[in-house]
Ligand binder design. Structure first.
Ligand SMILES: C[S@@+](CC[C@H](N)C(=O)[O-])C[C@H]1O[C@@H](n2cnc3c(N)ncnc32)[C@H](O)[C@@H]1O
Length: 402
């Protein structure tokens, strides 16, 4: 006789009848596990043992016992149980499973909104720190978020204040209580939403246009980074040179789910390269004519620009994971350190600022290292010879909270 497997069946978020094999499996089941709303939605035979989720650990123990005893067991879950769902936990517990998937809540939400979703990122705020999900919404044009109570549409809406987004909130999909609402971040923040719900976060131009093909979370930028200064509109001294930018961007550790401030952004090149690597980015620049938006558009990334002078302009901005300070004095670094970002990277051209900056960051509890960088670039001489052309040296500091 083959080993007994646990049948994991999805309850369809698109409102279709359950898979035909489910009724047969339920009829012969000795144990059925699922959320109360799922147990109520299917014909569980009288006398069959049930475990209501809630907490998973007791259910896993009961399932393991059922498998050991050869008792047929069924687990009910939402949507596609293999997609951000219970199959991962059942496998991790060593349980053998067979899956009958249904339509995922994410697919159903995009369908209800009448939008394509092949280029969307899907992230979850369920049972984990919700900030990476929020930062994915800030960084990418089309994101679906699986939510949890306390980390749902209202909280995402509050965190997206200042970003240009439309939100679609899809509650109770596939049930008589289904409600699909188009709203703004402020509208979402001011509303209380029913669980379960999914949130679609859409940059205006992507609703309902085609998403970019290269916005998958793990995709490195096709054109690379540490790009030459010619890849950005800039005024001469107002751009971090490519060789310095390479190290600064590496030290900021940008990736999808993280949030980077680029303070004294100038051309925006450092922030834009962080955005190309998946981070959510906010650029602070006092010059209203700085070409940050045009440069971001040229590179196909979303950078939020705050026009103002640091440190005053930093007040009230959402907390970052990393900050690049390319312009501004020691007072800017002090204000940044007050916000306790895990990482700060600064470039300093004026030597008299170096020691105060290091002392200030160390006094704030950061481990600081630094180096001087000066690239000498190849340049052509008449007659086919080559020479080295010096670029201005700068000191690059990296500060990290232990
Ligand atoms: C653990 S995930 C499960 C996702 C599931 N595997 C799927 O494919 O839809 C739970 C989250 O899915 C979303 N969800 C599941 N069922 C839903 C429904 N009927 N309507 C709206 N959202 C739903 C909610 O964001 C919920 O917090």
């Amino acid at each position: 006789m083959g080993r007994v497997t646990v049948l994991v069946a999805g309850i369809d978020a698109a409102g279709r009848p359950a898979h035909p094999a489910l009724a047969e499996a339920l009829a012969g089941a000795g144990l059925v596990v699922g959320a109360a709303r799922h147990l109520a939605a299917v014909p569980v035979p009288a006398g069959c043992a049930t475990v209501v989720l809630g907490p998973l650990a007791p259910a896993l123990d009961r399932l393991a016992a059922a498998v050991a005893a050869g008792t047929p067991a069924v687990v009910l879950a939402s949507g596609d149980p293999g997609f951000f769902g219970i199959v991962r936990r059942l496998r991790a517990a060593g349980l053998p499973v067979r899956v009958l998937p249904a339509v995922s809540s994410v697919a159903a939400a995009f369908a209800r909104a009448g939008l394509p979703w092949d280029g969307a990122a899907v992230v979850t705020a369920h049972g984990r720190d919700p900030r990476p999900a929020l930062n994915a919404c800030r960084a990418l044009p089309a994101v679906a978020v699986l939510t949890a109570p306390g980390a749902g549409a209202a909280e995402l809406g509050a965190g997206l204040a200042g970003w240009d987004r439309r939100l679609v909130v899809a509650e109770h999909l596939g049930t008589p209580d289904e409600r699909v609402t188009w709203t703004t971040p402020a509208g979402a923040a001011a509303t209380s939403w029913a669980d379960p719900h999914v949130v679609l976060s859409l940059a205006p131009e992507t609703a309902p246009g085609a998403p970019r093909a290269d916005d998958q979370p793990a995709a490195a930028p096709a054109g690379g980074w540490a790009l030459p200064e010619s890849a950005y509109a800039h005024r001469d001294s107002m751009i971090t040179k490519a060789e310095v930018r390479a190290l600064a961007v590496a030290r900021l550790r940008p990736r999808l789910g993280r949030f980077v401030w680029d303070v004294g952004a100038g051309s925006g090149s450092v922030g834009i390269e962080c955005a190309l690597l998946g981070a959510a980015v906010l650029a602070v620049e006092r010059d209203p004519d700085a070409p940050i938006r045009a440069n971001a558009a040229r590179h196909g990334v979303d950078v939020r620009v705050v026009t103002g002078t640091a440190p005053a302009a930093l007040a009230g901005l959402p907390d970052p994971d990393a900050v690049f300070v390319g312009g501004g004095g020691v007072d800017v670094l002090a204000a940044v350190a007050d916000r306790r970002p895990p990482r700060v990277v600064a470039t300093l051209a004026a030597l008299d600022r170096v020691a105060p900056a290091v002392h200030l960051l160390r006094a704030a509890g950061y481990a600081v290292d630094g180096c001087q960088l000066a690239a000498a670039r190849l340049a052509d001489l008449p007659g086919g010879s080559l020479r080295l052309a010096a670029t201005n040296p700068v000191v690059l500091l990296t500060a990290e909270l232990p």
